[in-house]
Design a protein around this ligand. Structure first.
Ligand code: A3P
Length: 331
């Protein structure tokens, strides 16, 4: 636990320019150049935001953190958690439901996006935030302020992981949607970067392992979910999520179809077709320059087979296996 114990100690802002840098595939914008901090690669500005969060963020015991590497099912998890936790205020079948009118990333904000803003804007966002507060983050627990993950704090953490081979395919497609000429990015380039652990929040396996271990150490505070299992049995996994978050579905709710209505509302098909997710742009909310539609593609498990040679798959598998050796964790 050495990392967690010291994670507020260094002066991150001063440190950033001297950290190892990665300039390949900085898409969509050059300010996404990555730096390696305590073993993880993050866009520079995410690290500045992390520094601000360390200085200013005051967690509440009821806070919920959804932690993930990009392309692991973050958008889905945000939707499910939001719809579940706030179902009394926003019934899932309501035509006014926020998820019908806002991208999931607008309903559950990223810590890095909130703390990118000037202090007064950040304060305004947090004051208007519905309670209990749900935040998304790609920062692993070992980098987040100690106040969030210390033993004395009540915050609950949900992690989602996915087969790394599907994650790298998803990354590739995501990057391509931001380019005027998608052919500009070859799959091999993204694959190499991913294998080197240098895509955002990477190395992927290290990120997942950290949270798997944390979920074993503190099962009441850290829930570890898998994208593939959620696809296979969404009901069971949503029940687990609700129980963990302290708002289990009652028998009456299940009978009334509330759980199924949430799954339907948060399904890829439903969200993808919404006007806001076809045309919207997150930048309108003062957020990152991200296009809403770029978060929705196929949502399948095993799509890697259509993009990777057997050699590539074997190479990535070997890297992951080597990194996880002796840990007991498997994707
Ligand atoms: P694919 O590119 O494999 O289709 P993230 O949200 O972490 O950025 O991950 C994006 C991946 O999750 C994409 O995977 C996307 O299609 C999938 N996804 C987005 N919304 C989803 C949903 N509601 N249900 C299932 N998968 C979803």
């Amino acid at each position: 636990h050495a990392l967690t114990a010291k994670n507020d100690a260094d002066n991150l802002v001063e440190l950033i320019p001297s950290l190892p840098v990665e300039k390949r595939l900085v898409i969509p914008s050059p300010d996404l150049q990555r730096r390696q901090y305590r073993g993880y690669w993050f866009p520079e500005w995410h690290l500045s935001a992390l520094a601000a969060a360390r200085d200013h963020f005051e967690p509440m015991p009821t806070d919920i953190f959804l932690v993930s590497c990009p392309k692991s099912g973050t958008t889905w998890l945000k939707s499910l958690a939001f719809a579940t936790v706030h179902r009394d205020v926003h019934p899932p079948s309501s035509r006014e439901h926020p998820l019908l009118h806002k991208n999931p990333h607008g309903c559950v904000r990223f810590i890095h996006a909130i703390y990118r803003q000037p202090v007064d804007v950040t304060r305004g966002i947090l004051e208007a935030y519905p309670s209990p507060r749900i935040f998304g983050t790609h920062f692993p627990l070992s980098l987040l302020p100690e106040r969030i993950n210390g033993d004395g704090c009540g915050c609950r953490i949900v992690y989602i992981c996915r087969d790394p081979k599907d994650v790298v395919v998803s990354w590739w497609w995501f990057m391509r949607t931001y380019l005027p000429n998608p052919e500009q990015v070859r799959f091999e380039e993204v694959f190499d970067l991913f294998c080197e652990g240098r895509t955002g929040a990477g190395p992927y396996w290290r990120h997942a392992l950290e949270h798997w271990e944390e979920s074993r150490r503190r099962p009441g505070k850290v829930l570890f979910l898998r994208y593939e299992e959620m696809l296979l049995d969404p009901q069971c996994n949503l029940r687990r999520l609700a129980e963990f978050l302290g708002c289990a579905f009652s028998e009456a709710e299940e009978k009334a179809g509330v759980l199924d209505a949430i799954l339907e509302l948060c399904s890829l098909d439903k969200l993808k077709k919404l006007e806001v997710n076809q045309s919207g742009n997150k930048i309108k909310d003062g957020d990152e320059p991200m296009m809403n539609h770029s978060f929705f593609r196929k949502g399948e498990s095993g799509d890697w087979i259509n993009h990777m040679t057997a050699e590539m798959a074997a190479r990535l598998d070997a890297i992951v296996e080597h990194a996880l050796q002796g840990t007991g964790f498997r994707f």
